[in-house]
Write a new protein. Structure first.
Length: 121
């Protein structure tokens, strides 16, 4: 009996650690429109300027999927004093959005919109 409980606990831990198979960036993109994220954030030149530009959010090495999920579910819990509203209440939705945000990189943004690269030296 004890053995079964241990296996269940391990299985639950695995389920929460691995990105769900059903999470996908296209669903995230649709949710991004639905939730009105675009009112405050610009992506590739389109959208508001209340929050940071998200065109290259996926290039940030200090943020992973778990950070994005936590931030979407409760922005002020990871960014103290954040004025970003709580718009996502479902972990699956937060996962889709996180996958979408992480797919936004310099490689997907039109080069004309990116800040000029500073010469090294
Ligand atoms: C009312 C305006 C507003 C709306 C709507 C909004 N945000 Fe934000 N967002 C902000 C502000 C302000 C910040 C900066 C503070 C913070 O990080 O919480 C921010 C920060 C972020 C960041 C971190 C960006 C960075 O590089 O620091 C991400 C990612 C983000 N928002 C995604 C979203 C998504 C996805 C949605 C839609 C579900 C959304 N936001 C809706 C205002 C908004």
């Amino acid at each position: 009996m004890k053995h079964n409980v241990a296996i269940l606990v391990l299985f639950a831990a695995l389920l929460t650690a691995v990105p769900p198979l059903w999470a996908d960036p296209d669903k995230g993109r649709a949710l991004y429109e639905e939730k009105g994220c675009t009112n405050c954030h610009a992506i590739n030149g389109e959208g508001g300027a209340v929050g940071p530009d998200l065109s290259t959010e996926g290039d940030r090495k200090d943020r992973d999927r778990a950070w994005h999920i936590a931030h979407l579910l409760d922005p002020a819990s990871v960014v103290p004093g954040s004025i970003m509203p709580q718009l996502v209440f479902d972990e699956d939705e937060a996962g889709h959005l996180a996958d979408y945000l992480m797919s936004l990189t310099a490689a997907t943004a039109p080069t004309a919109l990116l800040a000029p690269v500073q010469p090294e030296g």
